[in-house]
Design a protein around this ligand. Sequence first.
Ligand SMILES: N[C@@H](Cc1ccccc1)C(=O)O
Length: 500
Amino acid sequence: MKLPATEVALLEAASATDPRTVEQLAEETGEKPEAVTRAAFELADEGLVAVEERTEESYALTDEGETYLESGLPELRLYRAAVEAGAADDPVSMGRVIGASGLEGPEVDIALSNFARKGLGRIDSGELSAEGDADPDADAETAALAAVAAADDPDPEVADRLAERGLLDRSEVTERAVTLTDDGVTALMEGVETAETVGQLTPEMLTSGEWEDVEFAEYNVEADAEPVTGGRSHILRQTAEAVKDTLVGMGFEEMDGPHADADFWINDALFMPQDHPARTHWDRFTLDVDPMDDLPDDLVGRVEDAHRNGVGPDGEGYHSPWSREFAEEVALRGHTTSLSMRYLSGYQVGELEPPQRFFSVEKVYRNDTLDPTHLLEFFQIEGWVMADDLSVRDLMGTFEEFYSQFGITDIEFKPHYNPYTEPSFELFGTHPETGEIVEIGNSGIFRDEVLEPLGVECDVMAWGLALERLLMLMYGFEDIRDVHGTLCDLDLLRNVEVVH
Ligand SMILES: N[C@@H](Cc1ccccc1)C(=O)O
């Protein structure tokens, strides 16, 4: 039997009783491991050897992991500083502990988010208390980092968590072991000879014409290749595109408009009283820019009248102060319902005749506290339908159809209050991992106090859904920061595919 040189060397080095790994065989034959793997698969195809594969996880410290192994994990440094400051007895101001800990930049966030998770203590209204019984020297994550540094096996669960924190790189190593089959033994006994094969075509072979007589080695398309982690679109972006496709498929057109807008469009047009708590500096990001003093006078007049006196024979209005200056102030929009107001009023694209359906998937800004389910900037899936005789059934049916396209079929509704819709409903879905009920949106049918000043004479149902929450239900994230910011899970962002 004639075989290429590497195959012959491999057959001779392999044993019928003792499985040898590709690495052992590579050492013995003096061939590269890739060449041995390729040859082993060739021989396996011929039935001369059996190849057994085993996949194992392997870990390596990232640069950050190495830094923390030396300096201590940020949360432990925070804990030690807290104990030193007396936080095991009485709560101490967070700023003071952070100052004393020497933590800087992103390390502060990292320390704070892991501090409570590890039960090292609690953070409450800017004060930090330390758990007296915690033992920073017995930290499982530090132990796992040290194990990896010493080439020992870390606890797999802890190692997974460290990989998520970006402190360990996880890779899968496939180990292959080769054994001679009976046919392989027979072939060896009958004698195998080397057939010359060429792996690389050279310019010399081309000019001399030698290429016509040689036998070329076959490509091994199963050989391991280095993973490539180039740029790709972010999971949130991919999901936003999927949402847009879905809504366009449902007959909606896309809205577009300013992120920084007049309070008039963000709040007044929505019949939000000017003294509503959501309009104070606590919730909104005010901008130090010129007011928008070119608002359409007629419309502003009708909106002011609705606020002061109400609409229709029984309308009450708010009888509270209303100022045009406040309406002209510019802030970052806290919801994209500002766009709906611009479109419904005819201001953005001219007057619209019913029926109409519009949507946007755009960023909104709220002065919230960052936590596992809240960001200061997030994407809202805004939408509305303008038609005669809309009912709550239409609203619910639209959501059921929309969410079912993303595999979510257990939407629940809860009556709610918005100054601009009546009735109003909050939407909920079930988190696939924790089973918890998660709020995913807010909706309703616009009140006359909103529609009449806008000049809309039929019904309009509308909603604002959170894109990030949809993501949590689709992929089972428990912390939205897994896809954003310094704590994001790079492995996931590199590998996830959005399908819908
Ligand atoms: N603006 C609401 C969502 C909404 C839009 C339109 C009608 C009803 C509710 C929010 O941000 O929560």
